[in-house]
Design a protein around this ligand. Structure first.
Ligand code: KG4
Ligand code: ZN
Length: 335
């Protein structure tokens, strides 16, 4: 089965073609980072308009890279939510229309489900059941994944997502947008131990998170100290250590509570090298195994949408022609 995947939920136009026998045949991406940089964050209307400009040329490029045409495809998968409604509508309407024109089925994909399944695109991929730490710009969730489509929400952030905390703190330190990767780089030059940030919600039971306090802590630390490069690096270091530690504590707790020792991490923040190293160490010590997508499939991309769509089409999912975008869309059953 060969599926075209379309991702337009936020500030990346991602298009890919996944073949169930041959793997990924094409993977094309246009990032809008330069477009939104001046504004310090994503401007929804600019995002939608840019998706409109980029989507068809990128689909044409992906088809050319894969050496195939619409008639060679068996389905179209598009992100229908969660995300920015205008941006989602671009991929949704283009995906549905192409599928109608090519007379093949189209399936609506949940963006976080696609992140969650992204590690399965790798050669070494996890088998069910596993725990999933989803850490993106909009979500921080811990899930129990029993099978594709069978998700139990074990915990989530009550306020900011981990990526959002990274971005807000990065902005405070003058690192621009999006700041996650830049924070990670700066923190490498920082000294551990000069500043101590809290590990929110770790000293009480449960698997929920809260990251908005870390951003406030960063704000007061910046205000109360000299504004030099080393101080900024030391703050970045303390912040990264606090986020990583907090995520590790909750993942370890989830492993102990469920008895499941296979863990995956996905979403933009799972590209973070400190988090990847910390998870590897912790999970190995627990006698388990951890899986990640390759770094470019941690952040938004079309490949994960094509793959999630392939699984849904294979499972026989059929949808009517009418389409909808879902800016908010729960994925899992509450535990
Ligand atoms: O999954 P994603 O591309 O988009 C959403 O679905 O939100 O995640 C984007 C988030 C941003 O907050 C970005 O700063 C963060 O992932 N991010 C990172 C790193 N790379 C991207 N955070 C920490 N370290 C990184 N290396
Ligand atoms: Zn994402």
């Amino acid at each position: 089965m060969r599926v075209l995947g379309i991702e337009t939920s936020c500030d990346e136009t991602g298009i890919a073609i996944f073949d169930s026998e041959k793997g990924l045949l094409a993977d094309a991406l246009h990032s809008q980072v330069d477009l939104h940089k001046t504004y310090g964050g994503v401007v929804p209307e600019l995002a939608s308009r840019d998706h409109v400009r980029r989507i068809i040329p990128l689909i044409e490029k992906a088809l050319a890279d894969a050496g195939c045409a619409g008639k060679d495809l068996d389905g179209v998968a598009y992100t229908a939510g969660p995300g920015l409604v205008g941006a989602l509508l671009v991929g949704t309407s283009v995906g549905r229309s192409l599928a109608y024109g090519w007379d093949i089925p189209a399936v609506a994909v949940h963006h976080m489900e696609a992140h969650l399944l992204a590690p399965m695109l790798e050669e070494e991929s996890p088998s069910f059941p596993f725990l999933a730490l989803l850490v993106s710009g909009g979500h921080t969730q811990l899930m129990q994944v029993n099978a594709a489509g069978d998700y139990l929400l074990l915990g989530e952030s009550l306020d900011d997502a981990a990526g959002e905390a990274f971005d807000k703190t990065a902005k405070l330190l003058g690192l621009g947008y999006p700041g996650g990767a830049a924070m990670s780089e700066l923190s490498k030059k920082g000294n551990s131990g000069r500043f101590k940030f809290p590990r929110p919600m770790t000293n009480r039971p449960g698997l929920d998170f809260s990251f908005s306090g870390l951003k406030t802590h960063a704000l007061t630390t910046v205000r109360d100290n000299d504004d030099d490069e080393q101080t900024r690096a030391d703050i970045a270091r303390a912040f990264v250590e606090a986020v990583v530690d907090t995520l590790l504590i909750k993942c370890k707790r989830a492993m102990q509570e469920t008895g499941i020792t296979t863990l995956i991490a996905a979403g933009g923040v799972s590209a973070n090298i400190q988090l990847r190293a910390g998870l590897k160490k912790m999970v190995t010590e627990q006698g388990g195994r951890v899986y990640f997508p390759r770094p470019e499939f941690c952040t938004d991309n079309g490949a994960m949408i094509a793959y999630a769509g392939y699984l849904r089409l294979k499972a026989g999912q059929k949808e009517p022609l009418a389409f909808a975008a879902h800016p908010r869309w729960p994925l899992a059953k509450p535990a």
